[in-house]
Write a protein that binds this ligand. Structure first.
Ligand code: ADP
Length: 889
């Protein structure tokens, strides 16, 4: 390749349409047209020595706008500067035949071509026609310039001059520093390209040898010939007769090629990176499946789906629901596990399969006597409540499908509402499920979310039924009074449907989307107060009130029920820990002040825990010392050191009674007052609280009704210099604020009568403001029953007389001073009793409510009826109303 070629002055010309053969390039062509066949035959085939032909690019006339004359003027003798006029063309207005066809269109010949020799020739004869064809492999050798183009027979010949440099010319060029620089630059680029290509194709370094052996100007052609570049670019390369120009052009093209390879590589890498993650996962899954199949272990999704199907078949769904479920199952089967929606569809079907459509606890013949015994053994007292439950059960026995009212236990926390409901369940031999409705504001909590929402779930009822797995449980709707409505719908209306026997046969949970029959469920509800329950809902229920316990009742409950249970839960027995009655009484009086027995149970649990620590520790110490009681337990001491009340944390020991039996040998531990103080801290309440708080004029003791049962509520009033304004604090609602207004107005109106002001000074508020505060400022308060208490506080303030500390009161008051009845009397009286209050002033019309108060409480208290406000004042102050004698009222 390195040798220079002697060119003849004339060459047979093979036109290349829109194509360029560059020196150093090899091309295989098939010659079929008569002219080219003739050319090949005469110039190559028949020549003894290797013949040469000229390859001249021609351009379709359609590709250009200007057609030059034959041998255009651009053709000059200085062809070395051909690039100055690269577009020099020989225009041939051709009516002659090219390729044996009548070429009517104008074709343009390029003025420069490349001489080529045949590396391989093969001749063929087409069969029926006998037409001769040639397949020629040509190698481009060197550039030439066309001086004159003429035809010889059927093909063209041209008079040509070589454009290659002679040896001395070449030597001269090689010394040119520009050439040296350019060739180095080209070689560097070429090297880069080769490395990239070799790296891509993982071939050895054979191409690099080329760079060492082939002269650089020829290399430039060889490289460019291998690129896919446009015809124009090929022509311009052909026209680059000047070696420096050729090198710089080739360098540019090599760099461009390199760049495009790199960009393409980057893109593929990126795409591959993106694809590979999911593809990899897919491949791995396929492989996993194949491996499992191979192991005979292909239990996954398909098996799961068939297990699900089996479960669904056994679920006993009603026919229409079974149809719906099957439709959904068919959809699931068509889905890929990775497909979105697969999981939600599956979870849904699982729910359908898990729901107890027919499974029911077997209802045995109800034995009322046994039920009564059971209720009695579980609960102390509550005679009326238990009686009502027995009646309820009796009706169910006689008419199992009777649509009796829903029982609703109303009362403060810890009075046994939940445990009564669970006793009903066990009396009926049914399963028990508790649904907490406290704080439910969203209707979807009851009815579920539609499955179109992401993360949708069934409502609490359906969820509870799924958990309990029978369709006829006793379902406790706990804290039904704590549901509220807001923008997310009204849970109460959904509950209404649940409790309505007409509608609950086809209860519609949005998630489930098929009707579910709730009619076999026995509903029991609990509430702290009946008043917040929406009336339509309350109408469906029969309210059974549990007002709270007297201290005596609490004592009995503790001795009979709570202590044995607490000991049992802590793995102890009465052999080890004894809590005497007197101590329980102390706990009730000094450590709890509640309507129920929850805190009492917590405190007992604290004692049991402390005892359990001692038992567990003694296990290690006993063998060393016989004096067990003298042992101080470091753990217990530190526990006892805490004065704060111990919070409830009952750690159930289940049936594990080992600890107690192991230590039965030790004599039992009896709780005494000092242990109480050590474990429970100093007493939290005492009887003196009211006396201490009512020490100054302007303070009175009221009785209010809260969610926790009755409570004692102090009212404080004070006055200071001001403009006659009334200030109220303590998170008060509108009703209680109005009561304060009424109270103040009433007192002001009676200022002279009550001798609160002198006859001249008619305005009680002259130059002063009044401030009324309801302590425990963090707790919101409302209601009308503080009316009489407010007046009493104000009268006490203005007369500078203290209210009796042993007297509490409740009652609404009219503007004219009449005392109206209020609700929750029983709870209020019990609360007063808990606070050690001896006298309670009640509206006269409330006296009838006292029948519900345990007689033990009533006998220990003085109940003072009041018709008018003056009666209240008469009872509230020591020695009666101080102005009674002079009052004209
Ligand atoms: P509520 O549901 O009213 O808040 P619970 O039913 O949870 O109260 O009762 C709290 C605890 O007090 C339970 O352990 C319960 O057994 C017990 N308890 C309440 N009242 C009695 C009672 N009359 N006899 C026996 N135990 C009772």
């Amino acid at each position: 390749m390195g040798e220079s070629v002697e060119l003849p002055s004339r060459l047979g010309i093979l036109p290349f349409r829109n194509k360029v053969l560059l020196p150093g390039a090899i091309i295989r062509i098939r010659c079929t047209s008569p002219s080219s066949v003739k050319l090949v035959e005469q110039e190559l085939w028949q020549k003894e020595e290797k013949g040469l032909i000229g390859i001249l690019p021609v351009r379709d006339a359609a590709e250009t706008t200007s057609v030059g004359p034959v041998l255009s003027s651009g053709l000059g003798p200085d062809m070395g500067l051909g690039e100055r006029n690269p577009k020099s063309q020989i225009g041939v207005s051709d009516a002659q035949k090219i390729d044996g066809k009548n070429q009517q269109e104008v074709i343009q010949w390029h003025t420069r071509g490349v001489a080529a020799r045949a590396l391989h020739l093969s001749r063929g004869v087409e069969k029926p026609s006998g037409r001769v064809t040639y397949i020629v492999v040509l190698e481009g050798l060197c550039r030439f310039n066309v001086q004159e183009l003429s035809t010889r027979g059927t093909y063209y010949t041209a008079r040509i001059t070589s454009l290659d440099k002679t040896k001395p010319e070449m030597e001269l060029v090689e010394q040119d520093p520009d050439f040296i620089a350019l060739s180095l630059q080209f070689k560097a680029s070429a090297m880069d390209l080769i490395s990239v290509l070799e790296q891509k194709q993982k071939t050895g370094g054979r191409t690099k040898v080329l760079l060492e052996t082939v002269p650089v100007h020829k290399l430039a052609d060889i490289f460019v010939a291998s690129f896919e570049i446009s015809f124009e670019e090929q022509l311009s390369m052909l026209d680059s007769v000047d070696i420096k120009v050729r090198l710089s052009k080739a360098t540019e093209l090599v760099n461009r090629h390199l760049q495009s390879i790199r960009v393409a590589e980057k893109i593929t890498q990126k795409v591959e990176g993106q694809l590979s993650k999911s593809q990899k996962e897919f491949l791995l899954r396929q492989q996993m499946r194949a491996i499992k199949e191979e192991l005979g272990d292909n239990d996954d999704d398909e098996d799961d789906v068939s297990a699900l199907e089996k479960k669904m078949q056994n679920a006993g769904m009603p026919a229409n629901i079974w149809k719906h479920a099957q439709r959904e199952l068919r959809r699931l089967k068509k889905m890929q596990p990775q497909q979105p929606g697969y999981n939600s569809s599956r979870v849904y079907l699982e729910l359908l399969a898990d729901l107890p459509w027919q499974t029911a606890s077997e209802e045995h013949e109800l034995d009322l006597k046994a039920a009564k015994e059971r209720l009695d053994s579980d609960h102390y007292g509550l005679v009326k409540v238990k009686q009502r439950i027995i009646e309820y059960l009796a009706v169910r026995k006689l008419k199992p499908d009777a649509r009796g009212p829903v029982l609703c236990f109303v009362g403060p926390p810890g009075v046994g509402k939940t445990s009564l409901a669970s006793s009903i369940a066990s009396a009926l031999g049914r399963k028990f499920v508790r649904i907490s409705l406290g704080g439910v504001k969203d209707e979807a909590d009851i009815r579920g979310h539609r499955r179109t929402y992401i993360g949708s779930m069934p409502g609490r009822l359906i969820d509870g039924l799924k958990k309990v797995a029978v369709c006829n449980p006793v379902m406790l709707l706990d804290e039904i009074d704590k549901t509220g409505s807001d923008v997310r719908g009204d849970p109460a209306s959904a509950l209404l449907e649940v409790l309505d026997p007409e509608q609950n046969k086809t209860f519609n949970d949005h998630y489930l989307n098929v009707p579910y029959d709730l009619s076999k469920v026995i509903f029991v509800a609990t509430a702290n107060k009946a008043q917040p329950i929406p009336p339509p809902l309350l109408d469906r229920m029969e309210v059974i009130e549990l007002p709270g316990y007297t201290p005596e009742e609490k004592l009995r409950i503790a001795m009979r029920h709570l202590i044995p249970r607490v000991l049992d839960q802590h793995g102890l027995s009465s052999d080890f820990l004894q809590i005497p009655e007197a101590m329980v009484k102390l706990i009730i009086e000094r450590y709890t002040r509640e309507a129920g027995v929850r805190n009492l149970e917590r405190n007992l649990a604290s004692l049991a825990r402390a005892a359990a620590v001692r038992v567990a520790e003694q296990g290690h110490v006993v063998p060393l010392s016989k004096d067990v009681h003298q042992l101080s337990s470091p753990l217990l001491e530190s526990r006892l050191g805490e004065s704060a009340e111990v919070e409830m944390e009952v750690i159930s020991m289940g049936d594990n009674h080992e600890i107690s039996s192991d230590f039965r040998i030790n004599s039992s531990m009896i709780v005494d007052e000092s242990m109480l103080e050590k474990v429970l801290g100093p007493p939290r309440f005492d009887d003196k609280e009211t006396a201490e708080r009512v020490a100054a004029p302007g303070i009175s003791v009221g009785l209010v009704w809260t969610a926790f049962g009755g409570e004692v509520q102090f009212v404080e009033a004070t006055s200071m210099a001001g403009k006659g304004d009334l200030h109220l604090t303590g998170q008060l609602g509108d009703v209680i604020k109005e009561s304060a207004q009424i109270a103040l107005t009433w007192v002001r109106a009676r200022a002279t009568d009550l001798k609160l002001a002198s006859a001249k000074e008619t305005n009680l508020l002259d130059g002063r403001d009044v401030h009324i505060h309801f302590p425990a400022g963090a707790i919101p308060k409302d209601g009308p029953s503080a009316g009489v208490t407010l007046v009493t506080a104000l009268v006490s303030l203005f007369t500078h007389t203290r209210v009796r500390s042993d007297t509490a009161m409740t009652g609404e008051m009219t503007l004219r001073g009449l005392v109206l009845p209020v609700g929750g009397v029983k709870d209020k009286v019990l609360a007063a009793h808990r606070y050690g209050i001896k006298r309670v002033i009640l509206p006269e019309r409330n006296l009838k409510d006292l029948v519900e108060v345990p007689s033990a409480v009533l006998t220990s208290m003085e109940i003072l009826p009041a018709k008018r406000m003056e009666d209240v004042l008469e009872h509230a102050f020591e020695g009666g109303c101080p102005w009674r004698q002079t009052s004209k009222l």
